[in-house]
Design a protein. Structure first.
Length: 166
């Protein structure tokens, strides 16, 4: 068991947490109508997370060279080095905060497309044809998800000030 490292501990913690969530899903009240239990989708999501956590545990115990390189940090010292090292997660959090802040104003569709487009540009770059590809992916992904929830499932998503009639 010399391969037992912090990734293994995190994978086991995730599996334990998923076990608690799965056990808690039995406390979801089942109404007298409908055919599908309200606990079905949470259990499906928990099952997917359990599957991914098992893969994570197997990879951490196997000791891939890719995961071992994460142990060594080539981060520069100081606050500037910390910012540079954690730049991408900080961008993700900042842009998600902006997305949540603008949601009541722009609505789910426009704000979602804008969020995905800007995030893909920040993380993937703005050179060449990338902005066009990012825009296409953002419109297709968010547009199809918005259409599915709005028209297919009759879910009321935040319309914003510009799309109040949907």
């Amino acid at each position: 068991m010399e391969r037992f490292n912090r990734d293994s501990v995190i994978a086991i913690a995730l599996l334990l947490f998923c076990g608690v969530l799965f056990w808690s899903s039995f406390d979801i009240r089942t109404p007298n109508y409908g055919v599908l239990s309200p606990a079905t989708w949470p259990r499906v999501v928990i099952g997917v997370i359990i599957f991914l956590s098992l893969i994570y545990l197997a990879q951490s115990l196997r000791g891939d060279p890719e995961t071992e390189t994460l142990e060594k940090s080539d981060r520069e010292p100081g606050f500037r080095g910390w910012i540079k090292y954690w730049r991408n997660p900080l961008w993700c959090f900042a842009l998600f905060f902006a997305y949540l802040s603008l949601l009541p104003v722009l609505g789910m569709l426009i704000d979602g497309i804008l969020f995905v487009y800007v995030l893909m540009g920040v993380l993937g770059g703005w050179d060449g044809k990338k902005p066009l590809v990012h825009g296409f992916i953002a419109v297709i992904a968010i547009g199809s998800m918005w259409s599915l929830f709005t028209f297919g499932l009759d879910v009321m998503l935040p319309p914003g000030m510009f799309m109040g009639h949907f």
